[in-house]
Design a binder for this molecule. Structure first.
Ligand code: NDP
Length: 433
């Protein structure tokens, strides 16, 4: 704590991992002898830089940007960029730390990193977003490369932003290095299913978890929080598998739609019009908008928190349990507070931590890198099948590790141990570096 003052989210993420590793270090003293845990908690490199840009009124704006290159034991640093006013070093480090283990779980050759800026894209014109992205890349490009560090999207960074970042990288370097960014548009090296991957993957993991307990998602009521990239495609896949998705949200409140969410309308409102979620209820008779309300008050059997960290606290967890929730899968990174996660786990609710459940996004980013490296592009069907296999593999890896280390059915312990073992073994093999 004294080493990283004021970085609450980072402390929370580290504690969550370390408190599950006791059986591993007992069985493998070599990790302690080689200070693997101390090394894994310290980023290999952290960048903090100024991003000056000119707004539409001609005023100079100054933002701060970050890139934390956390661990390259398994491959080039890989992880998204987040644009949100709450971004500071502690958030980027928590996300980067989680990313190390998540990326290891996918079985793909990718290390862990994360970045972002306190830039708020809300209400900004396309021109402003472009000038901001160009200024950011004018510094960041020197630290990136398909063999070095490969950013992608996250909150506030979607295909539009990745396009502007890629255009500036290409211009500065005079290199068409497709594999330097993922989440690109299909016209210039993007992969089918990347946009859908995190949400789809979360639902595939949920399906596996329910199947292992002899249950199915079909016919269940599902509540999704957020209405961004992850939430939209989690809602779509859940509906495709026969669930009834009854609510979603944004930071202003939630929408309840008893007829089941109309995902096409949701996409129009959020992706095309870039409007607030209340606009969905304005367009749809069966829906009502509850301003300032908690989406977790809506009864459901499956809860998919897909908005942001610590959005689901202990009270909300108790409400969900009282309403009969069977499974919770974290589409977002660390959306449940530690106390909320304990409520679920202690109540026998199936609980999938983000580093396992939302790994489909980064896994498909790795598939995008693979296609870029081989100058190939795969069909939607083939890519979705790969994603499905990868999520089944992650589920299997977590379940097996949990079983082997004395915590059967505990996906939190299983995910942490399975991810840690991979990274730790690679670090041992590389020596003290
Ligand atoms: P988007 O920007 O597309 O959507 C974010 C959604 O969450 C919006 O509906 C937003 O509402 C809501 N939200 C954001 N901050 C808050 C807040 N402080 N309080 C309440 N609601 C909030 O982001 P993504 O869908 O890409 O990311 C969502 C989560 O999933 C994040 O935790 C991210 O790290 C994680 N994730 C994303 C991946 C991806 O591939 N995109 C991969 C793996 C994890 P509003 O517009 O009102 O702010």
């Amino acid at each position: 704590l004294a080493r990283n003052p004021g970085e609450g989210e980072f402390h929370q993420a580290v504690l969550e991992v370390l408190e599950t590793l006791a059986p591993v270090v007992t069985r493998h003293p070599e990790y302690t002898d080689q200070s693997v845990i101390e090394r894994i908690c310290e980023p290999e490199r952290q960048l903090i830089f100024r991003v000056p840009w000119v707004d539409d009124k001609g005023n100079v704006q100054v933002n701060r940007a970050f890139r934390v290159e956390f661990n390259s034991a398994l491959g080039p640093y890989k992880g998204g960029m987040r644009f949100h006013p709450s971004v500071y070093l502690g958030i980027v480090k928590f996300l980067g730390f989680e990313q190390i283990f998540k990326n290891a779980l996918t079985g793909m050759p990718i290390g862990g990193g994360k970045g972002g800026s306190d830039f708020d894209p809300k209400g900004r014109s396309d021109g402003e977003v472009m000038r901001f992205c160009q200024s950011l890349m004018t510094e960041l490009y020197r630290h990136l490369g398909e063999y070095t560090d490969v950013p992608a999207g996250d909150i506030g960074v979607g295909e539009r932003e990745i396009g502007y970042l890629f255009g500036q990288y290409k211009r500065i370097t005079n290199r068409y290095e497709s594999g330097v960014l993922t989440g690109k548009g299909l016209a210039y090296g993007g992969s089918q299913v990347r946009k859908e991957a995190t949400g789809f993957g979360t639902v595939f993991f949920t399906e596996q978890m329910l199947a292992a307990a002899n249950k199915s998602i079909s016919g269940k009521r599902v509540v999704v929080s957020g209405s961004g990239n992850v939430a939209i495609y989690a809602a779509q896949k859940a509906a495709d598998l026969g669930a009834q998705v009854v609510a979603c949200s944004d930071s202003s409140g939630y929408v309840y739609d008893g007829a089941g969410l109309d995902v096409d309308l949701l996409r129009q409102v959020k992706e095309v019009d870039r409007a607030r979620i209340s606009a969905y209820a304005d367009e749809r008779g069966s829906a009502k908008f509850v301003e300032g309300g908690s989406v977790w008050d809506v009864p459901c059997e499956v809860a998919l928190p897909c908005a942001t960290q610590n959005e689901l606290g202990v009270e909300a967890a108790r409400t969900l349990v009282a309403n009969g929730v069977l499974a919770v899968a974290e589409g977002a990174n660390m959306p449940c507070t530690p106390d909320a996660a304990h409520v679920f786990r202690d109540s026998g609710v199936l609980f999938a931590p983000g580093k396992a459940a939302n790994a489909g996004g980064v896994a498909t980013s790795a598939l995008e890198m693979q296609q870029n490296a081989s100058r190939d592009s795969w069909t939607f069907k083939h890519t979705e099948e790969r994603l499905h296999q990868i999520m089944a593999g992650i589920h299997e890896g977590c379940a097996t590790a949990a079983e082997e280390y004395g915590a059967p059915g505990d996906y939190v312990t299983g995910a942490n141990i399975a991810g840690f073992l991979k990274v730790a073994d690679a670090m041992l093999a590389h020596g003290v570096v």
